[in-house]
Design a protein around this ligand. Structure first.
Ligand code: ADP
Ligand code: MG
Length: 222
């Protein structure tokens, strides 16, 4: 069974009088353990699609099954739980909190967690794994772009999600840092995590095992 299953997903944004139909009937199945790249021109709706997959936006119509559950039928608290436990997010501009240390940033998604886990030890362990064991008490402003993105990846992993969604994760990075970030995502995929990366960069997409392209509101396999 696919872990992600989108059927006839549409999304229309209203801007005053104007309606912008961004997604016009997207179908997509992602199997557990897939590494998918979503490509397409700027403004084609890649982020919108990823946000729907991440339950950060709801579709205007269509059905979305995530790990067997129809997302639109989930109550708010169930939806937050699914989002927190199953999904990790990585964004182009990192979104680290400037006045929190590396370790504190990584622990932000655990603030509302009721589970008693040793998150701090986990944070340190994961930071070591991405080569940032010596940066735990640094502030984001003291890190390079590549280091910031590695912190953001660790933050996305703190609740051990099965799916990691990355929106242009290498968009602000030089080629060396991009490769480091994509190697980490590849390793996570080899450990069994499902990875979806939005990118318009060929080299970034090369790490994925499958590609789809957004065009004119529809998704095509590539
Ligand atoms: P991409 O990530 O491929 O660049 P987006 O999904 O960000 O594309 O945007 C697709 C289209 O939807 C763009 O025309 C954008 O202006 C529009 N759009 C995205 N988000 C909103 C929003 N919250 N309100 C209105 N229009 C939006
Ligand atoms: Mg985008």
């Amino acid at each position: 069974m696919a872990i992600i299953e989108l059927r006839d997903i549409t999304k229309t944004y209203r801007q005053g009088e104007l309606e912008v139909k961004v997604l016009k009937g997207v179908n997509l199945e992602v199997e557990k353990g897939d590494f998918l790249a979503i490509m397409g021109a700027s403004g084609s709706g890649k982020s919108t699609l990823l946000y729907i997959i991440g339950c950060l936006e709801s579709p205007s119509s269509g059905t979305y099954r995530l790990a067997g559950a129809e997302v639109s039928k989930l109550e708010d608290d169930e939806l937050s739980r699914v989002r927190n436990e199953r999904l990790g997010f990585v964004f182009q501009s990192f979104y680290l909190i400037p006045y929190l240390t590396v370790e504190e940033n990584v622990l932000v998604p655990t603030i509302y967690s009721k589970k008693r886990r040793d998150y701090k030890a986990r944070a340190r362990h994961l930071l070591e794994q991405v080569g940032l064991g010596h940066r735990v008490s640094f502030l984001p402003s003291e890190l390079s772009g590549g280091q910031k993105q590695r912190v953001a990846i660790v933050r996305s992993l703190i609740n051990d999600p099965d799916i990691v969604l990355a929106d242009e994760p290498t968009g602000q990075l030089d080629s060396h840092s991009s490769a480091q970030v994509m190697e980490i995502l590849s390793d996570l995929n080899k450990q069994g995590k499902t990875i979806i990366v939005v990118t318009h960069d060929e080299q970034t997409a090369d790490y994925a095992s499958r590609r789809v392209i957004m065009k004119d509101g529809l998704l095509y396999s590539a």
